[in-house]
Ligand binder design. Structure first.
Ligand code: PAF
Length: 288
């Protein structure tokens, strides 16, 4: 069922809670692909009732980012989410989420601001304010849906770690479930932004997973020196790739690693055809 109003979600949630049902929330910005489908499937397996939100959240985009051109495919999203078993697809307008005519800035709107240590690195470095926007909307979605479980993809690893921190620090009564990255057969991590790439771009985009897999196999062979592991990436990079970062951090607190170990998360961001793509791998292969 497609729902646009917070009040309508609230009415359903109230009824479900009365009946003792568990509720799962899968927050998305739409343009759903097999990665999202895997989150919804997990939610449907684990929870009695599942809400999938579809909202291209304006406050997590910088002024020069792709808010306007971000793919919007609501009809197909509803079809996919319902076919997997979602009970509600919640697709609010920005006015519905933030108040009619509300100026979307932190001098008029209450924001949830994650700690500087978690946002001054990786994607947060080039996307200033991005995680404030993410935490604010995610907190609102948790409150609106009263969900017992929240499902997030591990592809946005920094996002998942920051949301975990928010939930812990603010005692939010929800359990977060991180779900593995879904990839095309050739290794390309699924992303709504892959839609911006042409065929050559998709081929060039394989560099991210190739670099990560190579680092993992070098680590498995016993190399734990991070400079040496980083060095292995350079042979994969061509003129078409604009590397933004390749970092080795602790999977729990994003602290920079001095030596690679089993708790090391390796994250990469690289522009291909002007499209900013991210990917990551955990060196011990276990989910985080
Ligand atoms: O990962 C996303 O799609 C978004 O950042 C999220 C979590 C739905 C918040 O808008």
């Amino acid at each position: 069922m497609l729902v646009h109003k917070i009040e309508e979600v609230g009415a359903n949630v109230k009824e479900w809670k009365k009946q003792g049902f568990t509720i799962g929330i899968v927050p998305t910005m739409g343009a759903l692909h097999a990665g999202h489908a895997s989150l919804i499937k997990k939610a449907v397996e684990k929870c009695d009732k599942v809400i999938v939100s579809v909202f291209v959240n304006p406050i997590q985009f910088g002024p020069s980012e792709d808010f306007d051109k971000y793919p919007r495919t609501l009809e197909a999203d509803v079809e996919l989410a319902e076919s997997i078993g979602a009970d509600i697809i919640f697709a609010p307008s920005a006015d519905e989420m933030y108040g009619e005519g509300q100026r979307l800035s932190n001098d008029t709107l209450t924001y949830v601001v994650p700690p500087f240590f978690f946002v001054n690195k990786l994607c947060g470095k080039s996307r200033v304010g991005h995680f404030d926007g993410v935490c604010t909307v995610v907190m609102k979605l948790f409150n609106i849906t009263q969900a017992d479980y929240g499902f997030f993809g591990q592809k946005d690893a920094q996002q998942l770690i920051i949301i975990r921190k928010m939930v812990k620090d603010l005692n939010v009564p929800i359990e977060l479930i991180g779900c593995p990255i879904v990839r095309e057969e050739n290794g390309l991590a699924l992303s709504s932004r892959n839609k911006y790439l042409d065929e050559k771009g998709r081929e060039d985009a394989l560099v991210l997973s190739k670099i990560l897999n190579n680092i993992k196999s070098c680590y498995d062979k016993g190399i734990n020196n991070i400079d040496a592991l980083k060095e292995t990436a350079f042979s994969f990079l061509k003129d078409v790739h604009e590397l933004e970062y390749l970092e080795f951090v602790d999977k729990d607190n994003l602290e920079e690693k001095e030596v690679a170990d089993d708790n090391t998360l390796v994250l990469i961001a690289c522009r291909v055809q002007g499209v900013r793509l991210i990917d990551n791998i955990l060196l011990n292969n276990i989910n985080f």
